[in-house]
Ligand binder design. Structure first.
Ligand code: DLL
Length: 435
């Protein structure tokens, strides 16, 4: 039996969903045209009036929005409502430039609660469950996003936030939450702490975990499910669109279901800007069709993903998206070859016997790029026996090289020597950029 928080919205007949999207899209386009100078200018330049947008197929006529637009209008220039309607502000730090600021009206917060309740509900959470939220509370949307979803369902909700793993584990043992929200890398840190301190999993009561905010592989999912004895769901979102709650998995764990009555998904070729056929990878683009404060039109996320053709057996009628494989700006180009950290993660996890902690270091030597993969050994493999270590190194190197098609250097490092993260993990150190 599948679970739904809002079966009416989630299983709405496709034709009805398309009509609803068309109406909401038209209304949103009109609203931004009337209230956001940047959009009025962009639409005028494209010779477009809101009434030209009558169906979802008209979406392609509209100009894109990019992160630079948010920066150019920092902090509040893209808000479509007066400041007195805003009840919340979040921001995402980003690695370069000014932070991206996002705002919410009362109704936006309600919608956020709704889509996050769908996310948790799809995994089987009911009001009898107890939620432990270990995403950061603050300007980052993870903590408060998880929080509102859990409270909207009616769960007892623990705002643990990040950090202090010892304290987190005491809470997990004493308050017995049944579900956990954090980044997949922090879930591993918790698992590691339990193992190192011989804390039995039976002293916890976790049934499900909702992990996201960074890319993670299927093999990483299997690792977390075993080591924490829970069902691990992927959750996807970004502050510019609403935060977590944009895409979520059902019990079949076969793709992220997009809350399409609120966000329209397109996959485009990042070079041409044209939509690509379902099943083909490209850049993920979202249009908000119910947001009031910051309804972004065709926002280019820089994430790479694809639509999964066909409907899911859970009965949800919305489109599904495959796990994002990375970001266009995380993609490393090494000697002309495109490399995503997630590809290397999959290779490492599939080999087994290696700790799920790794880091990629890219350097440039005599104008040649060099990729070094730091791989952490497990205690069992850390024997100090040179021949054994050489064998492991060779096995990893040839597995990575046959996947990527480029030469790499593998450096085995001792257990627990790679930095652990409480929030999003930093997997790549690109020393070429510093020069
Ligand atoms: O990370 C929102 C979030 C919080 C999502 C908690 C899920 C859970 P930002 O800080 O704005 O918002 O970062 C958004 O994170 O464009 C992706 O590159 C990445 N990302 C988020 N979820 C996933 C995921 C939050 N499930 C950026 N898989 C996005 C892969 C993800 N990447």
């Amino acid at each position: 039996m599948y679970h739904y928080y809002n079966p009416e919205a989630e299983t709405m007949p496709v034709t009805q969903l398309k009509e609803l999207q068309a109406k909401r899209l038209h209304d949103t386009v009109k609203r931004v045209y009337d209230h956001v100078p940047m959009y009025r200018k962009k639409f005028n330049e494209a010779g477009l009036k809101p009434d030209d947008i009558r169906s979802v197929d008209d979406l392609e006529k509209l100009p894109f929005t990019v992160k630079q637009d948010l920066r150019d209008n920092y902090p509040f220039g893209l808000f479509a409502v007066p400041m007195e309607e805003i009840v919340r502000i979040h921001a995402s730090s980003g690695t370069t430039g000014k932070q991206t600021v996002v705002g919410y009206t009362k109704n936006d917060i309600r919608i956020w609660g709704e889509v996050m309740a769908r996310t948790l509900g799809a995994g089987g959470v009911t009001k009898k469950d107890i939620g432990h939220i270990s995403y950061g509370y603050g300007l980052f949307t993870g903590g408060l996003g998880g929080h509102i979803g859990s409270e909207t369902i009616g769960c007892a909700t623990i705002p643990a936030s990040t950090g202090n793993t010892v304290r987190q584990i005491t809470i997990l043992q004493d308050f017995k939450p049944t579900f956990l929200l954090c980044t997949p890398s922090y879930a591993l840190t918790i698992a590691e702490y339990l193992e190192d301190n011989k804390i039995p999993l039976e002293s916890l009561n976790l049934k499900f975990g909702f992990f996201g905010a960074e890319p993670w592989s299927e093999s990483m999912r299997a690792e977390i499910e075993t080591r924490l004895n829970l069902k691990a769901y992927d959750i996807y979102g970004l502050s510019e669109i609403i935060g977590p709650g944009v895409g979520y998995e059902c019990e079949d764990q076969c793709g992220l279901h997009i809350a399409e009555d609120h966000f329209i998904l397109e996959i485009i070729d990042p070079n041409t800007g044209k939509q690509v056929p379902d099943g083909q990878r490209g850049e993920i683009v979202f249009t908000c069709i119910t947001k009031e404060a910051l309804p972004l039109i065709r926002y280019r996320t820089r994430d790479i993903g694809c639509k999964i053709p066909g409907l899911c057996s859970c009965g949800r009628t919305c489109v599904r998206m495959a796990k994002p494989s990375g970001r266009t700006d995380d993609m490393l180009i090494i000697r002309g070859v495109n490399v995503f950290p997630s590809q290397i993660e999959s290779v490492l996890m599939d080999l087994g016997g290696i700790a799920p902690h790794y880091q990629l270091v890219v350097e440039r030597e005599n104008s040649l790029d060099r990729l070094t993969v730091l791989v952490e050994l497990t205690e069992e493999n850390f024997t100090g026996e040179v021949r054994r270590l050489e064998e492991i190194n060779k096995k990893i190197r040839s597995a990575i090289e046959s996947t990527l098609g480029i030469a790499v250097t593998v450096k085995l490092v001792s257990p627990k020597s790679i930095q652990r993260f409480e929030g999003k993990a930093v997997r790549v150190v690109d020393k070429r950029k510093a020069k």
